[in-house]
Write a protein that binds this ligand. Sequence first.
Ligand code: AQP
Length: 335
Amino acid sequence: MCETAQSAKKRALSFIQPSGLITIGNYLGALKNWVEMQSEFDCIYAVADLHAITVYQEPQKLRSQIYSTYALLLAIGIDPEKHTVFIQSHVPYHTQLAWLLSCNTQFGEMSRMTQFKDKSAKHPENVNVGLFSYPVLMAADILLYNSDLVPVGADQKQHLEIARDIAGRFNNRYGELLTVPEPYIPETGASIKSLQDPSKKMSKSDDNPNSWVAVLDPRDVIIKKFKRAVTDSDSCVRLSDDKPGISNLIGIYSAVTGKSAGEVEKEFEGVGYGDFKAAVGEVVADMLAPVQKSYAEIIKDKAALEALYRQGAEKASRIAAKTCYKAMKKVGFVL
Ligand code: AQP
């Protein structure tokens, strides 16, 4: 790779949590864009294992999910040679910078984060300090790499704002160092809802496996899950606020085929829900088949996979170390 050509590009950063099996929500809403962004930006992508443990993860499951998420990134077409693709905990500067930033972040600011309120309501038995200070770690993730752009969905906007505030405050207090990141709203990117409760987003940590479709689910399971998807009593395939279940399926069909909602409605005029659901299952399974084939190849060669994530961590560390040491120096530490 030509260093100068690469460094002339803007840097984009995005992470994914290995907090379950990666779903078509993650894929259609974010990962497909990650693949496309590679041609325009210098990309930093990571498996956010440090973030995942803000909710208790069974250790053996977590290990396998970290591994499989990394392999899946390669299978969908992320290029670890041209970009930086790593596992977050392999780069200790994330937690190190997070501490410096924590001491420059107010308790009141963190208390206003809606995701903390949502997740602590969902897991009242485990309202831990990490869950509370999660946005500071996210700020460190972003600021370590002088990221210009961070692709964000609506649920992460507040956290990016905090990262911008923290960077600005640090620079004011200690002198210009951290790049204040801009949000990047990709042109495409669907918001996929749960197949069992379309008022909620599809989430990989949902306890009901029928609510999500994993990218690695076998074809028959995918079709079965779509057949079981919750719809409403009417039987017309039409986008409408009072038909959230069917609207979600239209959205998925659109995102996969590139057809507009109007085109989908026309294609399925007079077709019953059962056949429409089966058709959505088929196109999703077709879309995922090549990813699954590629994943099966990649996961077979454990040594090659390990070499790639180690190399990714080295590349990431080279950038992160510089920012972290500069920040430590600015704060007044003896190096
Ligand atoms: N349902 C969704 N529709 C569109 N985009 C989605 N994303 C997640 N769910 C949907 C996007 O996927 C990226 C990676 O997400 P993450 O793993 O970092 O965290 P998340 O948003 O919390 O994802 P989940 O699946 O809901 O995980 P859990 O259940 O652990 O909380 C992000 O860009 C996200 O917007």
